[in-house]
Design a binder for this molecule. Structure first.
Ligand code: ADP
Length: 447
């Protein structure tokens, strides 16, 4: 097992990783920008190192500074969390060259899945159904027009290197396709330094359903069921649940087994998420994320597994030690992303937390680095807390969520809590009847 883990992240996820390390008896190193010197995970870590100014490119993405922090503190492993360097294969390579473990999959698998075109090709080769679309990257406009006509409009143009919902745009007709291609190429080139794009059928009313997997790179892999992340705004998830209200046991077993087998065959090591769109009873692969996801706690609540501890054990060379038959799904869990932003305009709202009272009680979990008097800096992602609620049934979970949101006091910044309160009064949400466009349509109706 590792002696000392450096946490190359900030906010709630840094604290989440710190907790997992502490329970495993592993020492922790926090790294932070000058804007985060008073952050909770920095206060709680055994050691901390300032790695640069607020701008992420000079701190949380600054590989030489993070390496130096490893050297100074003698950390023997790095947990990258999500975002920042978590899917940077070069970072994983550099750590390996310095004999420091990267808590995540191999650089080779990060690279493979980081290119969505290659990822799709690999998934299809492993017997996983994919969204119909172009075979590979599209450079030629005539070819694009031909392929789009073949698939049928609307089509979605996506960047091979895309992420966070960027580099993606719908073309509704033959007249639009050229402009959309150019737009995506430009956006992808600027944001990701890679302007390769591809074309996919734009599905009309799918749900976003993703399968959590764990592999040990030694031939063993299990799936931990699915999460339904269909409630999105601008392709960004806001509410996630496990299990999905839309799947029955048979469908779950079928897709789960297929995915777990593929992951075992790949020799994948660590936690990963295979994302699908689900429409008319069919699954369509869109991408695989080779890291811990923001929404991982809902899976933890229904399986009883600590995903971060599993990641650490696997990275330290342990075998899984359990099989699919040992994994059971119990009850229902929902996560609400509490962002420091206006609940309806989503305008950012950084600032000082004047008053804080998080909810508690049976089945309520809050993952957050907030405390009274803390200042939410304006430089980073607006996620300040995750409220995760468990119930024996989905209905109990909804009742408890309503109760917990009612107790939550965060003063000083605006948050997304009022939105969740309103959503809990919507019949479609109560019944679990929503697709990936539901939230955008709802927000439009309210304007
Ligand atoms: P990113 O890596 O940027 O998050 P994804 O490929 O995971 O991009 O897609 C993000 C979201 O975009 C999905 O959850 C879904 O809402 C929407 N989306 C992606 N592909 C399609 C598609 N072919 N048809 C309709 N919606 C899509």
């Amino acid at each position: 097992m590792f002696d000392k883990v450096l946490i190359a992240n900030r906010g709630e996820i840094a604290l989440r990783i710190l907790r997992a390390c502490r329970e495993l008896g592993i020492a922790t190193v926090a790294v932070h920008s000058t804007a985060d010197e008073n952050a909770m995970h920095v206060r709680l870590a055994d050691e901390s190192v300032c790695i640069g100014p607020p701008s992420a490119s000079q701190s949380y993405l600054n590989i030489p500074a993070i390496l130096a922090a490893c050297e100074i503190t003698g950390a023997d492993a790095v947990h990258p969390g999500y975002g920042f360097l978590s899917e940077n294969a070069r970072f994983a390579d550099i750590l390996a060259e310095h004999n420091i473990a990267f808590i995540g999959p191999s650089a080779e698998h990060i690279r493979l899945m980081g290119d969505k075109i290659e990822a799709k090709r690999t998934a299809a080769g492993l017997g996983i159904p994919v969204v119909p679309g172009s075979e590979g990257a599209i450079d030629d406009n005539d070819e694009a027009r031909r392929i789009a006509a073949e698939i049928g409009y609307p089509v979605l143009v996506k960047a091979a290197a895309g992420g966070g919902g960027r580099g993606m745009k719908v073309a509704y007709s033959q007249d639009e396709i050229e402009g959309v291609l150019q737009h995506c190429r430009n956006e992808a080139g600027a944001a990701f330094g890679d302007d390769a794009v591809y074309i996919e059928k734009y599905l009309a009313k799918p749900r976003h359903i993703e399968i959590q997997v764990l592999g040990d790179g030694q031939g063993n892999a299990v799936h931990l069921g699915e999460r339904d992340c269909s409630l999105q705004r601008r392709h960004q998830k806001l509410w996630e649940e496990a299990l999905s209200p839309a799947l029955n046991d048979e469908a779950r077993r079928e897709i789960g087994t297929r995915v777990a087998n593929a992951v075992a065959e790949l020799g994948y090591s660590g936690a990963g998420t295979v994302e699908f769109l689900y429409e008319n009873g069919q699954f369509y692969f869109i991408e695989m994320n080779t890291r811990l996801q923001v929404e991982h706690p809902v899976t933890e609540m229904i399986t009883g597994l600590d995903l971060v501890q599993e990641q650490i054990r696997i990275a330290a060379g342990s075998q899984l030690g359990y099989g699919q038959e040992d994994i059971t799904f119990d009850g229902h869990a929902i996560e609400c992303r509490i962002n420091a932003e206006n609940a309806f305009t989503f305008a950012p709202s950084p600032g000082r937390i004047e008053e804080l009272h998080p909810p508690g009680g049976l089945g309520v979990r809050v993952d957050s680095g907030l405390y009274s008097g803390y200042s939410v800096p304006p430089y980073y992602d607006s996620l300040i807390a995750k409220l995760i609620v468990f119930g024996k049934t989905r209905n109990e979970c909804l009742m408890r969520l309503r109760r917990a949101l009612g107790e939550y006091v965060i003063e000083g910044v605006q948050t997304t809590i009022p939105l969740f309160n309103d959503l809990l009064a919507e019949p479609d949400i109560i019944d679990g009847h929503y697709d990936i466009h539901w939230l955008e349509n709802y927000l439009d109706r309210r304007r």
